[in-house]
Design a protein around this ligand. Structure first.
Ligand code: HEC
Length: 157
């Protein structure tokens, strides 16, 4: 399967590196905000390979707030990227139009996995932090709540 979005991420990496250092100087170290995920089904320690909250209204709400406090400064308010980091509305848009149900399911699952890995590990290459890792900062519930929110922002045209 092709990964047009990943290619996009790499193309933006250089400008992102410049941005990140400027940002750090301008704003100091911004501590990620903890996310209150009470009320969501508890997921435990085992990492899921698919979004368990897809379509869950409470997850969308918690995810929207968590996104705007922790991700928007790079990925844009309401997930509309200003070009500094990838536009997350486009992340799994190619899956939406797939006609074959099995392929569609597999596509979403693969993108869910890619999303989770990106958020847990961040994006660090050759010592440069393009995006900080969120593992240990957010619980799994918060990570999937943000994905659930992003799915409401998905661009499909
Ligand atoms: C300091 C800026 C910054 C913050 C904060 C940040 N990101 Fe990122 N993120 C980036 C950059 C830059 C990339 C592209 C990195 C690369 O591949 O070179 C990226 C890539 C990603 C990707 C992969 C997208 C793709 O199309 O390849 C996902 C998913 C992602 N970020 C989600 C998040 C989420 C969710 C949050 C908040 C919890 C977040 N990011 C916070 C800068 C940031």
């Amino acid at each position: 399967m092709k990964h047009p979005i990943r290619t996009l991420g790499c193309a933006l990496a250089l400008s992102a590196a410049a941005f990140t250092s400027t940002f750090a100087q301008a704003h100091g170290n911004v501590t990620p905000q903890g996310v209150d995920t009470r009320g969501l089904p508890v997921l435990g320690d085992k990492w899921r390979d698919e979004n368990p909250y897809r379509g869950n209204a409470m997850a969308q709400k918690i995810g929207a707030s968590a996104y705007n406090q922790n991700c928007a400064r790079c990925h844009g308010l309401e997930a509309v990227s200003g070009g500094i980091a990838p536009d997350l509305r486009q992340m799994d848009r190619d899956c939406v139009g797939l006609k074959n149900a099995a392929k569609k399911t597999a596509c979403f699952k693969e993108m869910d996995n890619y999303y989770l890995t990106s958020v847990r590990q961040g994006k660090v290459r050759n010592g440069a932090v393009y995006m900080p890792p969120f593992e240990g900062v957010f619980n799994q519930e918060a990570m999937w709540a943000i994905k659930t929110y992003l799915e409401t922002r998905r661009e499909t045209n």
